[in-house]
Design a protein around this ligand. Structure first.
Ligand code: ATP
Ligand code: MG
Length: 248
């Protein structure tokens, strides 16, 4: 990790009609950092990620991702980053290999280069025996690995992963995270949402969203200490419960 800031947003807000899904969110992430994005269902995490990825325009606020402006250069951002959406985004009737070639071409990579990268990724993620089966029939752990391969095919500097391990078993989650660590070691910045507190512990910093706002941000250790909690899970649950009861 170095000091270069590669994601920076200020007062990011998104309204859908009269409902404010994201309310004045400000944060910055450094190159090579693994940044965890936590919050209860509906807190606004996916909406923030979609704005950071250039897929959704904010109602107000500003920001830069990979050096590009989220308001005026969303197309540049889309090419510079990797994005794994919360919903399975691969073509179900195509095999893993066909998906990789399809997305590689969409990123403007030539067939030869795609072939080399597919080989390398298949080695790294142990995908070989699953590459030539239709992706819809694969167990979820393999599908998610395949989706990770697709999102890293063009060697993006920043990866946005929206609940990449939802529904994935613990052993798979462990190997998935060891790949994320390797990618970060190689200089990639990883912005990841999760509902699993063991995964939150693996992040250098985490932010916690509640009803569209960031209510905590810091290293896992700092937050546990600040709230005098026994562990991250207790801290998270107590914090959200307290907010809910304050609202009631
Ligand atoms: N296009 C939309 N139109 C209207 N409301 C929306 C839209 N997209 C999201 N919302 C609402 O905004 C809020 C935040 O949703 P979002 O998907 O960002 O939450 P999340 O933190 O990712 O939740 P989860 O953990 O369940 O994935 C929710 O109340 C959701 O219903
Ligand atoms: Mg979400």
């Amino acid at each position: 990790m170095n000091d270069k800031i590669v994601v920076q947003v200020e007062n990011l807000t998104k309204r859908f009609g009269t409902f404010t899904a994201v309310n004045n969110v400000s944060l910055s992430v450094r190159q090579g950092e693994i940044f965890g994005f936590l919050g209860a269902n509906g807190a606004g995490k996916t909406t923030v990620i979609r704005m950071l990825c250039g897929l959704l325009l904010p109602s107000s606020g500003m920001g830069k991702v990979a050096g590009y402006d989220i308001l005026t250069q969303p197309e540049r951002i889309k090419r510079a980053i990797g994005y794994m959406s919360q919903k399975f985004s691969l073509y179900p009737d195509m095999t893993g290999r066909e998906n990789l070639y399809f997305y590689g071409a969409a990123y403007g990579l030539g067939r030869k280069l795609i072939g080399e990268r597919v080989m390398a990724l298949s080695e790294r993620l142990s995908l070989r025996e699953f590459l030539d089966r239709p992706s819809k029939g694969l167990p979820i752990g393999w599908r998610q690995r395949l989706a990770l391969a697709v999102s890293t095919l063009h060697h993006p500097k920043i990866l946005f992963l929206d609940e990449p391990t939802g529904g994935v078993d613990p052993a798979f989650r462990r190997t998935f995270w060891s790949t994320l660590y390797d990618l970060a070691e190689e200089g990639a910045t990883i912005f990841v949402t999760t509902h699993y507190m063991d995964e939150a512990e693996y992040c250098r910093r985490i932010s916690i969203m509640h009803q569209g706002q960031i209510i905590e941000l810091g290293t896992p250790h700092e937050l546990v200490k600040k709230h005098r909690a026994a562990n991250l899970e207790d801290m998270f649950v107590d914090l959200i419960r307290k907010r809910e009861s304050d609202n009631a």
